[in-house]
Every structure is written in C-alpha cells, then in structure tokens.
Ligand binder design. Structure first.
Ligand SMILES: NC(=O)c1ccc[n+]([C@@H]2O[C@H](COP(=O)([O-])OP(=O)(O)OC[C@H]3O[C@@H](n4cnc5c(N)ncnc54)[C@H](O)[C@@H]3O)[C@@H](O)[C@H]2O)c1
Length: 308
C-alpha cells in the first residue's frame, strides 16, 4: 500500500505522521514544490520510527512525480491556507491552479490512484478534480465532514462534560463556516439523543461553535489547523487501505442523492478499497433539508468562479 501526500506543509506532514503511526501503509511519499522541504519532513518523520514503533517507509520528493508512481491513494494538501479573517472561498484563485496541475501530474504516474482532496475551498476543489480528470466518482473524495464531525463531537462532549468516546454525531453539507450542517437531531450519547442532555439553546451554541471551528483555530494559531485535519485524512486513508467499509461524511459528486446534482458536497458515504463505495441516504428533517439546500447554493456559487 503506497500513499502519496502532496504538500509537506502543516496538514500534509501531520497526515503523513498519523498514517505512519497507525502503521498500515508500506510506503508514504511526501511531495512539495519547495526545494528539499518534503525530503526534510520525511527524514525527520523517519527518525521518529524507532521511537513510535512503525515500519512505514517515508520518503520525500521535490516536485518529482516519478517517485509517486503506482500510488494506491494520493492526498492533495498543496495550496495556501487561510489567514485570520479570511474565508476558505477566498483561496480559490491560487489553489485551483495548484490542484489542477497536481491532480494531472499524479495521474500520469498512478493511473489507478484514489484521490483525497483537502485543499480549500475543498468542495469546489473536489468538483474541479472531477471536471478536469474525468475519473470515476468513487475515486475522488473530498475531506471536510470527517474533520467537522470530530469538531462537533468535541463541542458536544464539552457541553455535556462527557468523554468524547461517549459521543456520536455527524456534520454534512459544504465545508464552510456558513455551509456546514451539524446533525444535532441525530447526535447521541451512548445511543441517547443529545437533546435529552442539552437545551435547544445550548445545542444551537454547539452547532454554531462547530461551524466556526476552523476560523476559531485560525484566529488562535495565525494559520489553519493541522492536527485534526491530518488525523481526519489519515482515518479516511486507513478506511480505504484496509477496506474497512467505514462511514464518513465526505464531499462526493452527487447525481440526484439528497435532491442535488452536479455538485460535490458532504454527505455520508462508505469508504472501502474502491474509495467511495456507496452514498448513504439518511432521513433529514425539513429544517435540515432546507439548510442542505442553502449550503449547496453556496458551494455552487463558489464553483461558478472556476474557469473550466
Ligand atoms: N479540507 C479541510 O478540512 C482542510 C483542513 C485544514 C486545511 N485545509 C487546507 O489545506 C491546504 C494546506 O494547508 P496547510 O496548513 O498544510 O498549508 P501549508 O502552507 O502549511 O502547506 C501547503 C504546502 O503546499 C506546498 N505547495 C504549494 N504549491 C504546491 C504545488 N504546486 N505542488 C506541491 N506542493 C505545493 C507549499 O510549498 C506548502 O509546503 C490549505 O488550502 C488549507 O486551507 C483543508
């Protein structure tokens, strides 16, 4: 199992580290455009192998895609992150060019690769990869919902003063401050609905805090977060690599599911060896359906900025 991570920055390096620590891949190649940067990150990570107890071989490459040849899975994290006060949508100008070039270079050397898109605005970047590569839709997956759901569970656990392992919950919709749809009506603590423990007002606050989860961290860190994004991607890579058939909310090209067409947006999917093996249709309340529609309108507006 060979995994390529494009972008050796904060998220790319964190993702490579978690993949290595989970020890399920034989090889991880990190690639970056900055001279020597990916090689440096790879060497530093390899020097943690004896300490952290993994056998995954990590190598670095400065923009040489021949080193990524025959990858099973590739993660695209290359591109600029947002600074405090910026929206993800504002990154489209620079990141669209990068994501387009990177995906075609990956496919030249790994024609069967499954691509996970992380660069923002992620739903639009995922759509761009579809439009420019023509790959089957199961092989292009956007990462956003896995992270947003982890942030939702963190906020629910905090509000209930409960351990996070007690909590289950999911965020669907667009990966943006306004577009996320935290499914508060479906969230549970050990199978009991969270509404049994929290007031409507507190649940609304949890949802609001979840939606600005990324912006809150950008304000604190001065740049975009990396630990939880890296962990979220590594869990998705593991689900595919180990054919786990796990359910994650992921951005995927919809063709009528959830009443939406020709758009990539976060919905629950099953991840296994073929990438997205199934879109899971879950019943939504009328309010959730309306939020999903509004979220899709926002993603479509950003897609309209692409020069296709
Ligand atoms: N989808 C999500 O949930 C999520 C979460 C966090 C961050 N992000 C996004 O991920 C991206 C990366 O964030 P980061 O914090 O790691 O940024 P970063 O600046 O730390 O790293 C980005 C790296 O990409 C490299 N790069 C730029 N152009 C390249 C190219 N053409 N080929 C190869 N490498 C190239 C840069 O040299 C840099 O090392 C941003 O767009 C950010 O908004 C998405």
């Amino acid at each position: 199992m060979k995994v390529t991570v494009v972008g050796a920055g904060a998220v790319g390096a964190s993702c490579a580290e978690y993949i290595a620590i989970k020890d399920f891949a034989s090889e991880v190649v990190i690639l970056d455009i900055k001279e020597g940067y990916a090689e440096g990150k790879a060497m530093d990570l390899m020097q943690t192998a004896s300490l952290n107890g993994f056998d995954t071989k990590i190598t670095g490459s400065t923009n040489d895609y021949s080193k990524t040849a025959d990858s099973h899975i590739a993660v695209i994290t290359s591109g600029i992150p947002r600074k405090p006060g910026m929206t993800r949508e504002e990154l489209i100008g620079i990141n669209a060019g990068i994501v387009k070039t990177v995906s075609s270079s990956l496919l030249e050397h790994s024609p069967n690769v499954i691509i996970i898109v992380v660069s923002n605005p992620m739903d639009t970047m995922t759509y761009l990869v579809h439009k420019t590569t023509g790959l089957p839709k199961n092989r292009i997956i956007g990462m956003g919902g896995a992270l947003d759901s982890a942030r939702f569970k963190y906020r629910l656990a905090e509000a209930m003063e409960a351990p996070i392992s007690d909590i289950d919950g999911m965020v669907i919709g667009g990966h943006s401050d306004k577009g996320m749809v935290p499914l508060t009506s479906h969230a549970t603590r050990n199978s009991i609905r969270v509404s049994e423990f929290l007031s409507d007002e507190r649940l609304e606050q949890v949802a609001a805090d979840t939606k600005v989860g990324g912006a809150t961290l950008t304000g604190l860190l001065g740049t975009s977060a990396w630990y939880a994004p890296g962990a979220a991607v590594s869990s998705m890579v593991q689900a595919i690599a180990c054919d786990q058939k796990k359910m994650f909310p992921c951005s995927t090209l919809l063709d009528g599911e959830y009443g939406l067409k020709d758009i990539c947006i976060g919905v629950p999917v099953i991840l296994g060896k073929d990438g997205i093996e199934k879109v899971v249709d879950i019943p939504l309340s009328d309010a959730e359906k309306a939020k999903m529609k509004e979220s899709a309108a926002g993603v479509s507006k950003t897609n309209g900025l692409l020069e296709l």
